[in-house]
Design a protein around this ligand. Sequence first.
Ligand code: MN
Length: 339
Amino acid sequence: MKAAIVYGVNDLRIEEVSKPKIEKSCQVLLKVKAVGICGSDVHILEGENPFATFPRVMGHEIVGEIEAVGADVTTVQVGEHVVVEPITYCGKCYACRKGMPNVCEQLKVSGVHVDGGMREYMVIDEKQVHSIKKDIPWTTAVLTEPYTIAGNVTTRTNIKAGECVVIQGAGPIGITILRIAKVKGATVLVTDMVDEKLEFAKANGADAIVNPAKENLVEAVKNWTGGEMANVVIDAACTPKTFEICFDLVSVAGTIGVLGMNEKPSAIPQINFMKKQLTVVGSRLQAYQFVPVIRLLEAGSLTDNGLVTHKFKFEDIKSAFQLIHEHPEQVKKAVLLFD
Ligand code: MN
């Protein structure tokens, strides 16, 4: 079978490797059908992900069909369509005990710390696969993982029906957060510096859009909320400045959700936390979001919403990364398809 292996910075090769075999009774053999390319994969290939080690098979947005199951597997059967949950955790540390396995001390992410889905077959634990109905197209099912990122931050910020939510950034993650915030019944304003991205947000249900390069964002949110400001602000733009302005955009008793991993500090006076009694929450990857997101996809409450802009045959993986590198503005989500 073929696997795409990263040997070092910008050194991606498709190689013939032996097909993996089930070695433990709790494992399944998966025929990979589609893998989404994430911004974080681009970072790994370009040597900008400190967690990744080489050689590595990338890919954490994985869907496929079960080809074989170990003797003790009970939850999935041969022929079922599944989505891979690309994390493993210890189950014993403080984070795991507190219901946050996504920040486990021994967290391992497929495609980052261990080999992922950019190969024709993979063997994985039964508990890391979730069934999805066969009538969901592979190119929609593959959006499950990006939607779980949105599921996690909207859970962490505890978005409720009727609340006013501001999402900074209308990239793919901003759009998935918008979709889930709408499913939860929120009213949503989306910001971005690029008008085309704002139009896409509007087409995906944004109740209001603001380009902060052209308009005073704080004033716009004040007008939009009748002076109350936003009950939840999620920063999916992740610059030191967008984090700082969250504190001006948020209402009293409000919540701020942080997704970024920018190492540069932001200047935030203590009074901004205290005076409004704010809750500021980080959100990393996801915990317990796969099943609820799959149910929303099966119900049609979430769809691909125009997010998948490019499809490539797996063999053309280099062209896919080249396109993303050269024309990032054209690509929302590129998906690799296998026969
Ligand atoms: Mn991703």
